[in-house]
Design a protein around this ligand. Structure first.
Ligand code: PEP
Ligand code: MG
Length: 899
């Protein structure tokens, strides 16, 4: 088996199609080498080798060592250098690269091959001792951290890992010498530092820093492989749902040096603006620096050109001005790459003595807005076709477009506290937290948290996830955390240099103001501005590009998209987002809403009445309210189907608990309050989710069914008389047997005839159907379909009852299940295809056998989840129904499924 693939100017073994085997970095380096783009030569060790290595607990598969030596020999020949050679030493980098990019989540070791044996030769050759010792101290720091500490599973105590300790030595050294920047360190300073570093490494880790190039290389490769299972990488994979089985590749590449002096540099760029999508070359660079300096967010880099410049970096020299030759070449490569990949790319480059080298290219992470803008513009440019453009936008990304922004009105009046770089767009306000852990904790009780950090550090991944917004004092637009935040569409401001953070004291200072944990700030991530207190958020206004994109996607979509909406207002929002009907109108919601006191009071009378007569009277009293709500909604959705569900929830939810309410009811019913209390207690159930709810209620209190159905038909008749086209669909919930439908259907038919007669109509057009949300009714779908013209899968209850997981109590154990990987995902969020999905498939098949034109939909929460939407499409459903704000997501997901 082949484990090692070389790439160089003469012979390149891989290409971009081998992404799974070589990882993104390795595959794209090979592709760039093939395109004749200047890439330092090297080779990539496969993800299969990684998996074999990790599986065996650290040994390499048969044949690997020979292939490695062979590739190293080829690399030496290519460079005219030799690994470990005292006169002409070759140095290499070892970098990770998975199938899907995981920015900053895995490890890299640079300058491998520097030892006491090769240092003098390299100094002689380059005539630059300062550079050599600068590279060596970086190697020691990275290697000790990544290979000797992390890969060995030695946990850094109290955040005082070896890297931290070496950083402190460096900082203390600069302080005693009164130096501001790393650049002020002389060759002698760096040499002394290297000595201090190796000493500390040995004392802390109990092992000498390896002085053999071979040992360094072997250590670095193994450590990069092991970093696949590092804590950060695991968290990131869990969030992004990347399988553990993919593994990472390792790319070993000849070093080129951005830290060789002022004519050397390193940088990161995007072929288009990743925040806005604008078609301008966008990037950042640092002179005399090496690789990680830009992305690690330790130094705030400068813009590569005017298009990247912002208010905050006025007076900074761009690459375009500092090194025009290299910049022009970079821009030409940008164009070549975009034309070749037909995508926005994220590229890393290094300039060594004015010569440009490409170190990486990959499809760039972008905001939802940028995704959409780029897709539409590339389509207009003729770079991609319609289908590609539609697929370029992930359904979830639309979330961001519908996300709030800071109200421009309020913002114009507010005083800006400070500014930073706009790394992730949109607005956010929240309570401040100064560590990742605190952000996670705070987010449990407060929905809005702003995570404030000194610099953007991938270790903070969990806190970043939990926060609504992220604010940092240092770092650039291309720092890892900015990339990650942008990928998630999270509001993020980085490099706000006026902030002084005291994490140990849980506070920070901006100018003369102090802010403590829990204080509230507002961020405008689109403009990079920070405000005190909470500013109002508004919905991003619908722009025409979005509309056009959605129309284009709709043309490919075959499945319908409806909304779960219970009021006229919700119905109108849903319509504006493109809903083609209402798939679930939960009647009970009219008793929860604000100002529902009157209706609720009557409902309580029904529930607590003791005699037939009392109840009948109360039921009659409620009818006008129910009719009004239904009529308003039918009218708002004129001409579109509206599925109205009969009352569902357990009665005791509506029972009055306060004494005042109980007294009020007692008076209305003319009984003693103790009697009311007794009746309330009698209604308590030990398992209400499986108790007196849904159709059971409609059977034990048939008057209630009759009243609801009457309300539907009267509303329909009145609207029809006024020239509207109402399309009601009456839906019966929580059914398990066809006899339940037989019972209810009878009431529906009689009532329909009665109302039609009263309104002088020949008939009232409607549909009758049931929810399928109990496993038995899925299995008995052939019988259920005898009376149902449609099924709507209630996957909330169907999931609850298939797993036996109480919807109300999963919070207690599901997180543990996910953490221990007992379940791959929360089945209440993403439809479980193999259990719940199997029941749906059975019901579809059996139902359609009885009634070929049976209409099928889903109205559980899964209706707005892209993976579940795809499942529904495959299962042959006619429509999905979801909450109004998820309609565009469902539309796009349904289009993707059909393409
Ligand atoms: C369901 O069970 O999936 C459903 C839509 O009904 P509810 O959530 O109201 O129980
Ligand atoms: Mg239900």
């Amino acid at each position: 088996e082949k484990y090692v693939y070389s790439f160089n100017g003469e012979k390149t073994e891989g290409d971009a199609s081998l992404m799974n085997l070589l990882g993104g970095k390795g595959a794209n380096l090979a592709e760039m080498a093939r395109l004749g783009i200047p890439v330092p030569p090297g080779f990539t060790i496969t993800t299969e080798c990684c998996n074999a290595f990790l599986r065996s607990g650290g040994s390499y598969p048969h044949g690997y060592t020979e292939q490695l030596n062979d590739a190293l020999g080829r690399l030496e020949k290519n460079m005219g250098l030799a690994f470990g050679d005292p006169d002409n030493p070759l140095l290499v980098s070892c970098r990770s690269g998975g199938r899907q990019s995981m920015p900053g989540m895995m490890e890299t070791v640079l300058n491998v091959g520097l030892t006491s044996g090769t240092i003098p030769g390299l100094i002689k050759k380059t005539g630059n001792g300062r550079f050599v010792y600068d590279s060596y101290r970086r190697l020691i720091m990275m290697y000790a951290d990544v290979v000797m500490e992390k890969a060995e599973g030695i946990e850094a105590m109290n955040g005082n890992g070896i890297r931290n300790q070496l950083e402190k030595i460096l900082a203390a050294f600069k302080e005693t010498r009164n130096l501001q920047n790393d650049a002020d360190l002389t060759e002698d300073d760096l040499k002394t530092l290297c000595g201090l570093f190796t000493e500390r490494v040995e004392t802390v880790l109990g092992e000498k820093f390896p002085d053999s190039p071979e040992a360094q290389l072997q250590g670095a490769i193994g450590a990069v492989f092991k970093s696949w299972n590092g804590k950060r990488a695991q968290s990131y994979r869990r969030i992004e749902q990347i399988p553990d089985s993919w593994g990472t590749g390792v790319t070993v590449q000849a070093m080129v040096f951005g830290n060789m002096g002022d004519t050397s540099a390193t940088g990161v760029a995007f072929t288009r603006n990743p925040a806005t999508g604008e078609n301008t070359f966008f990037g950042e660079w640092l002179a005399n620096a090496q690789g990680e300096d830009v992305v690690a967010g330790l130094r705030t880099p400068a813009p590569i050109n005017d298009a990247t410049k912002r208010e905050t970096n006025k007076g900074v020299t761009s690459l375009e001005v500092a090194m025009p030759g290299a910049y022009n070449e970079l821009e030409a490569i940008r164009n070549t790459l975009e034309r070749h990949y037909k995508e926005m790319l994220d590229i890393e480059f290094t300039i060594q003595n004015k010569r440009l080298y490409m170190l990486q290219c990959r499809v760039g992470k972008r905001t939802g807005t940028a995704s959409l803008v780029m897709a539409m513009e590339m389509l207009e440019e003729g770079l991609i076709d319609e289908v590609t453009a539609i697929k370029r936008v992930k359904p979830q990304q639309l979330n961001e477009l519908l996300h709030p922004i800071v109200d421009p009105e309020e913002e114009s009046r507010a005083e800006c506290l400070t500014e930073g770089l706009p790394a992730g767009p949109g607005g956010a306000f929240g309570h401040l937290a100064f560590t990742s852990d605190d952000a996670v904790k705070l987010a449990k009780t407060h929905p809005n948290v702003i995570l404030v950090r000194e610099e953007t550090n991938p270790e903070d991944i969990e806190g970043m996830r939990a926060a609504s917004g992220i604010l940092t004092a240092r770092g650039g637009m291309t720092s890892h955390a900015a990339l990650v935040a942008r990928g998630w569409g999270k509001c993020c401001i980085v490099g706000a240099g006026d902030i002084t953070i005291h994490p140990s004291m849980n506070k920070m200072q901006i100018g003369d103001k102090t802010f403590n944990q829990g204080d509230i700030l507002t961020l405008n991530g689109t403009r990079g501005r920070v405000y005190e207190g909470k500013l109002k958020m508004v919905d991003a206004t619908e722009d025409t590009r979005f509309q056009k994109f959605m129309q284009m996607a709709d043309a490919y979509r075959t499945m319908g998209v409806r909304a779960n909406a219970d009021t006229r207002e919700d119905a109108l929002v849903a319509k504006s987002y493109g809903a083609e009907g209402i798939g679930l109108f939960r009647t009970e919601h009219m008793f929860y809403s604000a100002g529902a006191d009157d209706r609720l009071f009557i409902l309580r009378k029904i529930i607590l009445s003791d005699t037939e007569g009392e109840r009948k009277a109360a039921v009659q009293e409620l009818e006008p309210y129910v009719k009004e709500e239904i009529k308003e909604t039918l009218k708002a959705m004129n001409g579109m189907p509206v599925t109205i569900r009969a009352l569902d929830p357990p009665l005791h939810e509506f029972v009055p608990h306060s004494r005042a309410k109980q007294i009020e009811l007692a008076e209305a019913l003319g009984v003693d309050v103790t009697e009311i209390k007794r009746r309330c207690e009698a209604l308590q159930e030990s398992n209400p989710m499986m108790g007196h709810r849904g159709v059971r209620l409609g059977i034990s209190v048939p008057d209630l069914t009759e009243m609801q159905v009457k309300a539907v038909f009267e509303a329909t008749a009145e609207l029809a008389k006024d020239g509207f086209h109402p399309q009601p669909e009456i839906m019966i919930p929580v059914t398990c047997d066809v006899e339940e439908l037989v019972f209810v259907r009878k009431i529906v038919n009689t009532t329909c005839e009665e109302v039609a007669r009263r309104y002088g109509l020949a008939s009232i057009v409607h549909k009758f159907g049931t929810m399928i949300e109990i496993p038995r009714s899925a299995l008995r779908a052939n019988q259920m379909a005898e009376l149902s013209e449609f099924f709507s899968f209630g996957t909330n209850d169907l999931t609850q009852l298939t797993y036996g997981f109480s919807r109300d109590d999963v919070g207690e154990f599901l997180p543990t299940y996910l953490e221990k990987k007992i379940l791959p995902a929360d089945p209440f969020q993403t439809l479980d295809p193999s259990g719940v999905g199997e029941l749906i498939k059975i019901a579809v098949e059996r139902g359609r056998k009885t009634r070929p034109d049976l209409k099928l939909g889903i109205c559980g929460e899964h209706g707005g989840d892209p993976d579940s939407v795809r499942f529904c499409y495959k299962a042959g459903l006619d429509y999905v129904s979801c909450s109004p704000y998820r309609i565009p997501i469902a539309r796009l997901a349904a289009a993707h499924a059909a393409i």
